[in-house]
Design a protein around this ligand. Sequence first.
Ligand code: NI
Length: 158
Amino acid sequence: MAILNIVKEGDPVLRKKCRPVDTVTPRILRLLDDMRETLIDAEGVGLAAPQVGVMRRIAIVEKDGEYIELINPEIIASEGEQEEIEGCLSVPGIWGVTHRPAKVTVKATGRDGEEFTVSGEGIQARAFCHEIDHLSGKLFTDDAVRILSPEEVKELVG
Ligand code: NI
């Protein structure tokens, strides 16, 4: 496994649409392993393939200490609404208030090639939405209702 370089805002790969994965090849499995290691190293909640320069519909989200690998993820149900603070490993130092569903259900393919569904509330719902947005070239700052001031960030992260 390897820790990959996380690309930052301004890199055009973050603004492109990712292609779906047809077959879970050994190369895709290795990418999943590397993305998991990269996410753990960066202490993030989620990571999408374009953030490591790969234009495929793949993301990882941490949920209760487990790393959920999502190939070709799609939000199939959502309910409620939440307004919370969000950040992104590709947009370091910037935090913004976003509106997201309170709960979402995601359908995806796992590393075994089998389809599964997973639900998440709170921070997991935000992470599922945030990572799936990355696959369409979207960043949380696009829809943030407000970007925190440097003073507010200082209070938030110390
Ligand atoms: Ni992000």
